[in-house]
Write a protein that binds this ligand. Structure first.
Ligand code: FAD
Ligand code: UDP
Length: 403
């Protein structure tokens, strides 16, 4: 069993995804802090991890990750650790026996209905089919813009499959992620910066985490080393309910099963992603070479099958869940020396850039706090004694021998 012996760290960071890695990089390089970064998986990068498969094709183990942001700050920050390959994402949806452009745009409607409307006419068309309503749920947001028929063809069944819930049960913010356009712009995203890390995400994470003050411990659940590690502060990026030992009950997350395949073909499908709203039990197929630009005689793809059980990938945006999260947040806010950031720890359906922005902001707070405080006289020791299981983590003040 791994033992940290007498090693003391300024920060224990749980989770080596975007949230944990940004903090590890900032704290080590800007504050000269010592960091122990722990992940229970056997790799860094969290859900953005990529690797070469047996055929030598760069794949995203946990499904397609396309980088896009409007934040210059985030793009500039990540650009310190990677060069980029410009990439604008395009998606097709299989609807009524045709492959049509998604998000719905002028091309989608013209192909679907055999029309040849210009953009102005498409706006008129949408205005005619729209069913204006008060927007409360993920159904309302779509029906309000495109009416029931297009909602049924593109959104209803995909959402039921993806979330195991009807769109009427989900916050409007879920389907609002996908716009509807009257123009011919068929890009999935319109952000200012759209690009893929030139040599992949994992290479970028390697660079972020190369500072000598960072120690990385993989294949390790932080709970298994709590008795052995001394640290002043904890950054937690795993599921917030897990941290508090589910004391208010489990927060629901949606999971996925990924089925990876390699084919002896130069290309498998006509675009990077094809969505299947109404057929199959998977939601979409992604072909990685479109994303990475890799040239290879074979091609690798991934199918995404939504699941209720398994690794937590998606917080589920609905009111009851937000209320339950709020109770955990109050607990989290009451801890002086434990900080929560990232998609799972703040229960937010965040994209990568939002997680980076959130973690950069947390760093600024920690930096300001550190410059305000006098040198610390105590360290935090984590304990997971059986009697403390209910609280999950107990923080004890001890004399600071390592200061
Ligand atoms: P994570 O990447 O989940 O990292 C958390 C880490 O904590 C994990 O590695 C986990 O193993 C570790 N951990 C948890 N509990 C413990 C524990 N007890 N002990 C030790 N370690 C622990 N975003 C985009 O911007 N564009 C996209 O195209 C995109 N596509 C996506 C596709 C899919 C299928 C999914 C699921 C997400 C996608 N995202 C995308 C979102 C993106 O993955 C997240 O925003 C980002 O990876 C979150 O980073 P994070 O560090 O908060 O969490
Ligand atoms: N969605 C849909 N049909 C589609 C694409 C998306 O109904 O063809 C809905 C679905 O509810 C999905 C949400 O819009 O979960 C957000 O889509 P996005 O592509 O942003 O999902 P992600 O890439 O995060 O899985």
């Amino acid at each position: 069993m791994w033992s940290a012996g007498n090693l003391m760290f300024d920060y224990l960071i749980v989770g080596a995804g975007f949230a944990g890695s940004v903090l590890a990089e900032r704290l080590s390089s800007q504050l000269d802090a010592s960091v122990l970064l722990v992940d229970k998986r056997n790799h860094i990068g969290g859900n953005a991890y990529d690797c070469y498969d047996e055929a030598g094709i760069l794949i995203h183990k946990y499904g397609p990750h396309i980088f896009h942001t409007n934040s210059e700050r985030v793009f500039e920050y990540l650009s310190r650790f990677t060069a980029w390959r410009p990439y604008e994402h395009r998606v097709l949806a299989s609807v009524d026996g045709q492959l049509v452009s998604m998000p719905i745009n002028a091309n989608t409607l013209n192909k679907l209905y055999g029309m040849s409307l210009n953009c102005h006419e498409v706006e008129q068309y949408l205005a005619n089919v729209a069913e204006p309503c008060e927007i409360k749920t993920s159904r309302d947001v779509v029906v309000n813009r495109v009416g029931q028929e297009l909602y049924d063809k593109f959104f209803r069944n995909y959402t039921r499959k993806q979330w195991g819930l009807d769109p009427t049960e989900l916050d409007a913010s879920v389907t609002a992620r996908v716009p509807v356009r009257s123009s011919r712009d068929d890009r999935y995203f319109t952000d200012r910066f759209q690009a893929m890390p030139l040599h992949g995400y994992t290479r970028m994470f390697d660079k972020m985490l190369s500072h000598p003050n960072i120690r990385i411990l993989l294949n390790t659940d932080y709970r298994d080393i709590m008795n052995e590690v001394g640290c002043r502060q904890i950054i937690f990026t795993g599921p917030v309910d897990e941290y508090f030992n589910y004391c208010y009950g489990k927060l629901p997350y949606r999971s996925l099963h990924f089925e990876h395949q390699t084919h002896h073909l130069p290309t498998y499908q006509p675009s990077a992603v094809i969505n299947y709203p109404n057929e199959h039990s998977y939601t979409r197929i992604t072909e990685f070479k479109y994303l990475t630009g890799q040239e290879h005689p074979r091609t690798s793809i991934v199918f995404e099958y939504p699941r209720s059980e398994g690794d937590p990938y998606y917080p589920i945006p609905k009111r009851e869940n937000a209320e339950l999260y709020q109770r955990y947040k109050e607990l989290a806010d009451s801890l002086e020396d434990v900080h929560f950031t990232g998609r799972l720890a703040t229960y937010k359906y965040y994209n990568m850039d939002q997680v980076v922005a959130q973690s950069l902001s947390l760093f600024e707070k920690l930096k300001a706090k550190r410059s305000r405080s006098l040198p610390s006289r105590s360290v935090v020791v984590l304990s997971s004694e059986p009697e403390n299981q209910k609280q999950s983590v107990v923080l004890q003040e001890q004399p600071d021998e390592a200061a």
